[in-house]
Ligand binder design. Structure first.
Ligand SMILES: Cc1ncc(COP(=O)(O)O)c(C=O)c1O
Length: 394
């Protein structure tokens, strides 16, 4: 177990090296949910995630020698940066599937990077097999947990009478630290953990009251795609975490988009799950004072256009539909005229003359259209139907 004193000591240890990140009130998210919503912006932390807190707390206790860690990304960067700052040699083992941006950043912080295996578990067993290195666990370590818990102290310093602190969960180190601090400083505050439906090991473990393995599926929230939570984190979470929620991948995409659009904040999938949880559970959180822990901003920029597109589709700002028209000159012009009259903006048009369900002389046209929202799209579709077109939303 980690107590408040451990976390207060951790804060003293790491204060010279980290930022006290801002707690930002969000007017637009507060309005969206009908609550009072604050963001603990760890995406603005050094290395772009909270991980430096745990890494510095652990590494300040290692005077010499070499350290090794296994990570999909953010822990790698945290350990690499802390080791470099403290003059310790760090080797990081990452699976070949780790986002390239995180591999490169880890090298950039001065660590030796070894790519090994397809999954985090492969990288982990490889790192554990190497002698002469002190192993730095990403979450199941009391020093690491106490370091992450310093976020809980900072939240309590900045805001009183919080109803909910909502935290992303992978292996459980972040929430274990935060919950240990928050429950000591503000016992009435509820701590809620969030995972994606694609990686539910912590959710399952707390529900089953025993550690349950679950191989993660591909997810936008790669930072929390962990197949098994820790022994220590399971024990702390069982004691201090009030509830676990799961969110859908579509909601994560929508949340990333909302952060970009409304707050001008770059937030990675794992860091966006608390907002996704608010969006999916508006009634539960209405009228409450809520802190979302925005745990990281290291998004893979090769994916960002696809994530934005998915977010726009999910939030109804891009509509995709097919229309069956006569295969004669002018048909397409007629349909685009209807769309234009409603001020919809056509992004792409694809013809399909060979679809099996088409009668001869007809063609199917798939439109991708930028609209103001779902109601606006319905206006366009209703008018097309009223004019006798076969229309189907995709
Ligand atoms: C951005 C981000 N958020 C949340 C987490 C979850 O932290 P933990 O594994 O301690 O639960 C991670 C873990 O790497 C992360 O990178």
């Amino acid at each position: 177990m980690v107590n408040l004193k451990d976390i207060q000591d951790a804060l003293k240890n790491i204060q010279p090296f980290i930022h006290k990140t801002p707690l930002i009130f969000s007017n637009s998210f507060s309005k969206l949910i009908g609550a009072e919503v604050y963001l603990k912006a760890e995406n603005l932390q050094k290395t772009g995630s909270f991980k430096v807190r745990g890494a510095f707390n652990k590494l300040t206790g290692i005077k010499d020698g070499k350290v090794i860690a296994a990570s999909m990304g953010n822990h790698a960067q945290g350990v690499a940066f802390a080791a470099n700052t403290l003059g310790i040699h760090a080797k990081i083992v990452m699976p070949v599937t780790a986002p390239i941006v995180k591999q490169e950043a880890t090298k950039g912080y001065g660590a030796e990077v070894e790519l090994y295996g397809e999954t985090f578990s492969d990288a982990l067993s490889h790192a554990l097999s190497q002698k002469y290195y002190a192993f730095i666990h990403a979450f199941d370590d009391e020093k690491v947990i106490a370091g992450q818990g310093t976020i809980g102290i900072e939240i309590s310093e900045d805001l009183k009478d919080v109803d909910y602190v909502i935290v992303p969960v992978g292996g459980g180190g972040l929430i274990s630290g935060i919950a240990s601090a928050v429950k000591a400083l503000s016992p009435k505050t509820k701590v809620i953990g969030v995972q994606t439906e694609s990686a539910t090991s912590a959710y399952d473990s707390l529900k089953n009251k025993e550690i349950s393995d679950k191989l993660p599926l591909p997810t936008l929230a790669d930072g929390i795609a962990v197949g098994r939570i820790g022994e220590k984190t399971f024990e702390i979470m069982s004691k201090h975490v009030d509830e676990m929620l799961l969110v859908k991948e579509d909601s994560i995409a929508m949340a990333i988009l909302l952060f970009l659009e409304r707050k001008k904040l770059v937030v990675e999938g794992a860091g966006a799950v608390p907002l996704a949880a608010l969006i999916e559970n508006k009634d539960k959180f209405k009228g409450k004072k809520i802190v979302l822990v925005i745990s990281g901003g290291n998004i893979d920029f090769t994916l960002i256009d696809r994530i934005i597109h998915k977010g726009l589709v999910t939030s109804g700002r891009i509509g995709v539909f097919e229309v069956v028209v006569d295969d004669i000159p002018g048909s397409l012009h007629y349909v685009t005229g209807v769309i234009a009259s409603h001020r919809g903006n056509v992004l792409s048009v694809v013809h399909d003359r060979l679809a099996g369900d088409l009668s001869v002389g007809k063609t199917k046209v798939v439109f991708t259209v930028e609209v103001k929202g779902r109601a606006h799209l319905e206006e366009i579709l209703s008018e097309l139907k009223a004019k006798g077109f076969g229309v189907k939303k995709i």
